[in-house]
Design a protein around this ligand. Structure first.
Ligand SMILES: [Zn+2]
Length: 261
């Protein structure tokens, strides 16, 4: 599969109508019995947190709590589209309790740019949140139980293929190889030995992070410090066709969910 070759200095691919996507997200969630919570609101948008409980017939079994978020960068459209596809397909493991945040930065999507409408990169604002969106998101997170796994869906306009970051400080069984194995059937993998300044192998980056030494926390740092002891940030390559990137994110999420169930 060939790269499109259109991302020079930033993302220049397809944009999405985020209002339409979020309408479809809400419709799919409603159709499949999810509950929805609005944790932040502006004149234009409602910030949604969707919740799926395992069916009542199996609720006495221990459930696995999975947190899934996307759309924090407004120039990464495959994430919200993957969230929509997962909701529409509705193939969640029986015992999975899912917390799904389908778009953390809707105002960025209206401009097809990384930051929010005020130009702030929300994914650097999780240490001492200044933006209204992240403050509201963190307040929502503080009301939730701990998660067994977090998955954050992103795109990278420079990458040569799909890759992911895995955080696993307690050395639980890794999900990364299974996810790469599933994704490579639908999307090229970035096999670079160095990705975004970190050592990588087979599309997997296992960063040795020191959150307390870094001032500008991304969402994943907040999650690993406060909410979950295992998680992955998935990066679809946004110089490839949008459909390929959505397929990649969906395949990666489904592989992780299958391992956790
Ligand atoms: Zn991103």
């Amino acid at each position: 599969m060939e790269r499109l070759g259109i991302n020079h200095g930033g993302y220049h691919g397809d944009a999405i109508d985020i209002r339409a996507v979020l309408r479809d997200v809400q419709a799919a969630a409603h159709a499949h019995g999810w509950t929805s919570d609005i944790f932040h609101e502006s004149a234009e948008f409602k910030w949604l947190a969707l919740h799926r409980l395992p069916p009542s017939s199996i609720i006495h079994h221990p459930s696995t709590r999975i947190y899934l978020s996307t759309g924090i960068h407004g120039d990464e459209p495959a994430g919200p589209l993957a969230a929509l596809r997962l909701l529409q397909e509705n193939r969640w493991p029986e015992n999975a309790e899912i917390f799904l945040l389908p778009c953390l930065n809707p105002t960025g999507f209206t401009l097809n740019r990384r930051g929010n409408a005020g130009g702030m990169d929300l994914n650097r604002d999780y240490r001492n949140p200044q933006t209204a969106e992240v403050r509201a998101h963190v307040a929502w997170l503080e009301r939730q139980p701990e998660f067994d796994l977090y998955l954050c869906l992103h795109e990278d306009w420079e990458s040569h293929g799909f890759y992911l970051y895995e955080q696993n400080p307690d050395s639980k069984p890794s999900l990364a190889e299974k996810m790469i194995e599933a994704v490579q059937k639908v999307c090229p993998i970035d096999l670079s030995e160095n990705i975004e300044g970190r050592a990588a192998k087979g599309g997997i980056v296992r960063p040795n992070i020191l959150p307390h030494e870094r001032p500008d926390w991304p969402e994943a740092f907040y999650l690993i410090v406060n909410k979950s002891r295992q998680g992955c940030t998935l990066e679809a390559p946004s110089d490839f066709p949008l459909a390929t990137r959505v397929n990649a994110l969906v395949a990666g999420v489904n592989a992780a969910l299958a391992e956790m169930s």
